[in-house]
Design a protein around this ligand. Sequence first.
Ligand code: FE
Length: 352
Amino acid sequence: MNMRPCSKYFGKLGQLGTVCTVFALFLTVTPPVSAAEINLYSYRQPFLLKPLLTAFTKETGIKVNVVYAKKGMLERLKAEGINSPADAVLTVDIGRLSDLVTAGLVQPVKSPVLETNIPPQYRHPMGLWFGLTTRARIVAAHKTRVKPGEIGSYEDLAAPRFKGRVCSRSGKHAYNISLVASIIVAKGEKAAQAWAAAVKGNLARKPQGNDRAQARAIKEGVCDVALLNTYYMGKMATNEKKPQQKEWAKAIRVVFPNQGNRGTHVNLSGVAVTKSAKHRAEAVRLLEFLSGPFAQKIYAEQNFEYPVKAGTPLHPMVASWGRFTADTVSLAEVARYRTLASKIMDRVSFDH
Ligand code: FE
């Protein structure tokens, strides 16, 4: 057995004759363990992911098997434990990302590529998750019933002039919990609770429906303002299957709250490498690819989201809403206050 190639490929390890021989035999007799394959659990939908993964496979030769899910990913990963076939998970909302951390299901990743592409506030300080896109939690305001300048902040939703004019989905939904958590970080528990109680007092109806249902309620005159994630504006405005949603979007003016101070609250879609990953290096390559210029452009084009990588062009409709300043607080910090935010929503009986 020639020692030189072994030294070359295995460094110091290769200089150990026996170990080298073992390695060499292993390489000769074992068919290539297809490490060029990874398993991905995804809350992100096929229409968004397929073009990205096709390009990734073309570039790297790594095949990606995807399990698409709408719910239950956390439970599944917990049940599968260290035997889980999943190498990486793709999900939306800082809440779900931090639940993976709390359950000990993900492992740290250090990558200069990820650190260059993703601003620090949008990734876990130890690399336990990485944001890929952001979405802003905007105020949707009726174009005529709400005067320009009448609402400019989340705090305004609590103002007496909005009595009976606010619609909301459940206060316990992850999107609202993250917003309340961001208010706790900015202003403290007491102020956040006072805000939640006052917004509840301004509600036009009991919290119900999803984000789009709030847009519909504004169009139908049930209320004048509501909180909405930005991408829903794009999805409604271009919905050919349910064209009535275009009318909902048309009734609304996009307001980026808190431009004069801490900035608009944003949330994330993100990715993490599982603790159980059998193909860690390949999974990291996928993360790097998803944070790179090609994937970031697709994200922007397909789903009306804001790519995390600076300099990625926005979808023209997203660009039409105007530039805004996002709250620069770390989302890992926001995630720490989610439990307290949830308690606050219970204390003020937001949903009842
Ligand atoms: Fe959503």
